[in-house]
Design a protein around this ligand. Sequence first.
Ligand code: SAM
Length: 275
Amino acid sequence: MPTYGTLFIVATPIGNLSDISARALTTLRQVDLIAAEDTRHTKRLLQQAGIQRPLIALHEHNERQRAQSLIERLHHGTDIALVSDAGTPLISDPGFPLVRACHTAAIPVVPIPGPSALIAALSVSGLPTDAFYFAGFPPHKKSARRTWLEQLRQQTATLILYESNHRVHDTLSDMQAVFGADRRAMCARELTKTFETLLHGTLHDIQSQLGVQPKGEIVLVVAGTTADPATDELEHYLDILLAELPRKQAITLTAKLLKLPKNQVYQQALSRNAF
Ligand code: SAM
């Protein structure tokens, strides 16, 4: 029976270098090869820790073909550590094809857990942590982002999103339009770094507090819906139609579209002070 190498999935800091674990350092010191998203970036981390190991690049543009050559080396007994630029590999970062291929080839994959921005943000958000849904990065284009958010509107678990500082205002505006401006949320900026900032409040509050051109890396944590889906849908139609049409017409049209008694729609409109 041949002895295969092991693939170690090693989490690295998301800002503060002291967050690297003792086990991560031991693993990086002991492996034969380190596969890194950006070798220059990882070289700096290794230099800080006084570690010198061979590095190979594994990023989103080469990971499929690179996975095959790494599998061959693992087959020959090479131990490999996979790291990304920050946090846990595979979490909005490269590595999935390689881990998949290891499972297919019966090569052991071992996690060396540590920082991840999504868990760090959730843990301080003050929003429910018993169930959460990590959605990754929203699409860049407005129409695709709106559709994507629509699909998350009925999610009752706490939502976690990654977003770039350039697009965060657009995403916050779209979230207000789709989820309602009063949804509770938290914005975590520059976690573990010097200018770490946590903004709590409604989506509207957060957007007002964020500043025109926020800098740095951002995680958005948003409360799941608490309304029952039917009421939520009714609210959503009323939001749109009351803004565009006279009250009576908006109510009649909402009732028709949702096949609801007109009186029920009327009562709902009444409860949100539409009169
Ligand atoms: N693998 C990483 C992890 O485990 O968190 C995430 C990598 S993803 C390419 C990068 C995104 O993570 C950033 O755009 C930002 O949304 C989030 N992020 C990473 N570091 C962060 C930090 N220090 N503060 C806030 N968000 C961060």
